[in-house]
Structures are given as C-alpha cells and as structure tokens.
Design a protein around this ligand. Sequence first.
Ligand SMILES: Nc1ncnc2c1ncn2[C@@H]1O[C@H](COP(=O)(O)OP(=O)(O)O)[C@@H](O)[C@H]1O
Ligand SMILES: [Mg+2]
Length: 229
Amino acid sequence: MATSPDTPADLPPDGVRIAFVGKGGSGKSTTAAHVLAHWGKDGIPCIGLDADRPGDEEDGSLYTWANAVDIGAPVYPAPAVSHVAREAARLTPPNGIALLDTGAWERRDGSPHAAVLAAVNLAVLCLPPTRMELERAGSVLGTLEHLRSIGAHAPRLVVLQTLVNPSARSGGTTREALTGAGFTVLTTVIPRQDAHDGYAQAFGRPPRVIPGSPMDHLARELLDLVAAG
Ligand SMILES: Nc1ncnc2c1ncn2[C@@H]1O[C@H](COP(=O)(O)OP(=O)(O)O)[C@@H](O)[C@H]1O
Ligand SMILES: [Mg+2]
C-alpha cells in the first residue's frame, strides 16, 4: 500500500530493521542520514544504529554526523558484535524502523556484517555503477547463504543503485545485469550529486529534506517494502 506523510505506515508493533551494506564509499552513510531525516519528517518513528568502526572511512560515520548536527533521528553506536542483534531489537522503536549503517563490506570472521545481517528484516546493498560490483553482491549473497545454512535468520536482500551519474549511459553494472543475475533492484536510483548543495557536500550538515527528491522516494520505497500487509 502506498504511504504518504499523513498516513502512518503499517509497521509491526515490534518495528522493523533495515541494514545498508556495500563497499566503502558507496554512499551508505549519506543515504542513511537522508532516509532517516525523511522518515523523521514524515513522523515515522526511527533510529540509526552505526555498526561502522570509527576511522574506517574517510568522511566519517553516521554516528559522527548525528553528533555534529541534528539529522532528524537519534543515532546510536553499535555494541560489540555479539550484542548487535539484541541491541538492535531493543533500540527499534515500536511501530518504527531501526536503520543499521555498516562499514566497508567484508566477509571475514569477527566482522560485524554477518551479525548485522542476522539482526535485520531487510538488507539494502548499495551498489555504485562499476564493473566489479556484481562480485561484491555475490559475497553478500554468500554470507546470507551461510546464515541460512547454520539456521540463523537471513534477511531479504535488495539492491540500491547509488552514485549514478545522471548524464552518463551506465557502462558498469546495469539494472538489467542485476535483474538478470536474480537480484531485486529498487526502483529508486540515487544520483551522483557533486554540486555545492548536492549529496557530496552533505556530511556534517543537517540532511536536506526535499519532497519528491530521490532520498524522499527511497524513504517511501523502503517503508512500503517493510510495512506489513
Ligand atoms: N549521491 C552522492 N553524490 C555525490 N557524492 C556522494 C553521494 N553519496 C555519497 N557521496 C560522497 O561519497 C563519499 C562516500 O559517501 P559515504 O556516504 O560516506 O559512503 P559509505 O558510507 O558507503 O562509505 C563521501 O565523500 C560522500 O560525500
Ligand atoms: Mg559510511
């Protein structure tokens, strides 16, 4: 069912959890901050949980951003890997959404990624249009497969195309290639915006909430995906 700002989404009483995964620099934290800001503005109870380790990435983490300015939703640092699922569940607002941001994807014992995936209902793989990216998608699928094989919870996976150059015909990973490989690709595409008021300059400032913008569309598309019914 479509949602609008004055129609509260039909989220379950215990709420839902969504994780953003993908390589470093794929736009996870920027997109997460904007999506939280849009949900917040629309009255959707939401929080961020930052499972990135400080210093992992150049531009800092979602937690750093939310400490610098009000992004429209509270953001908490993730606890130790063994406590991620419990903390994520505890912090998820009733009838709301917890958005888990992660650091650069790595499939390694002890990395937080498998724990994050096991703790969420929906995983969003942020995928910029470069050729190697289908391999990374394969690595995420492998981790989901591993979770299933050990009887752990594995979330639904969707792909979000990020940093898409609005003027270029994609020479990299296309929607067709991803769909052909069996992935569900979100309708929303996050464009690369390098202008002074674009997403490239957003870190450390309050995210701009613009009705009809790509981030607004994404906030609604994700909400519709996780809403009950
Ligand atoms: N849609 C976008 N357009 C232009 N630059 C972007 C966009 N999204 C993110 N960036 C920039 O790319 C870099 C990486 O973004 P970030 O959100 O930190 O990625 P991640 O969290 O996946 O490492 C940052 O410098 C950020 O400002
Ligand atoms: Mg990040």
